[in-house]
Design a protein around this ligand. Structure first.
Ligand code: S3P
Length: 207
């Protein structure tokens, strides 16, 4: 696990967000929520913003308008969100599995100077998690068909994912462990110290 130097230096000047990328089943939303809780940063799932803007669920957009229309909606939602980061509070953002494989999205994200974290696991593990979420929670993923096409899509996207500031292995780890490892790798534990100092200060005021 190694953080790219160029982005690491950027972290000290105006870091406003950590963007989680990776394939379907990587745990972007669950790790994102845990990171948000650990750092007291708000968490946002880009797919949820797309659904609010479009007033339709992601599978409906794919079914009724096709993948190209979904990608346009995804790009527009990402642009809006990154615009908000310039002035808003710090945030953890989870992208859908295809967002960072689109060149124009990568350009936008890199221009934003935010951390990008690639959550990764073996294709078999990612497939197993997606199947389990489909069976247990009814999670519908339009691009989930056979293991073979799942593997091909992963392999086509992996070179894009590897452009992230940090690659974080998730296999065999709990969500809390993964989030804690990301916090440490990005040096965000310094933020935890500040959060603790602030809340201790507030407690002191009350006493
Ligand atoms: C997609 C992944 C989905 C969602 C959409 C497209 C993809 O998000 O954005 O179905 O292209 O891999 P998750 O990665 O959260 O499943």
């Amino acid at each position: 696990m190694r953080v790219r130097e160029a982005q690491a230096t950027g972290s000290h000047s105006g870091l406003r967000a950590v963007v989680l990328i990776g394939f379907m089943g990587a745990g972007k939303s669950s790790v994102g929520r845990a990171l948000g809780e650990q750092l007291a940063w708000s968490f946002e799932d880009l797919d949820e913003r797309i659904e609010r803007r479009e007033r339709r669920k992601v599978p409906e957009i794919f079914r009724d308008s096709g993948e190209a229309a979904f990608r346009r909606a995804e790009h527009a939602a990402l642009k809006e969100l990154l615009g908000e980061l310039r002035t808003g509070a710090e945030r953890i953002v989870a992208l859908g599995g295809g967002a960072f494989a689109q060149r124009e999205n990568v350009r936008l994200i890199e221009a934003g100077g935010v951390w990008t974290v690639f959550l990764d696991a073996s294709v078999e593990e990612l497939w197993r998690r997606c199947r389990q979420q489909a069976e247990q929670q009814g999670t519908e993923r339009p691009l989930l068909s056979s293991l073979e096409s799942f593997r091909e899509l992963y392999q086509a996207r992996q070179p894009h994912y590897l452009k992230a500031s940090l690659r974080q292995e998730t296999g065999g780890k709990t969500v809390a462990e993964i989030a804690a490892e990301v916090v440490l790798a990005l040096g965000l534990n310094r933020n935890l110290d500040r959060i603790l100092d602030r809340s201790r200060g507030r407690r002191g005021e009350r006493q």
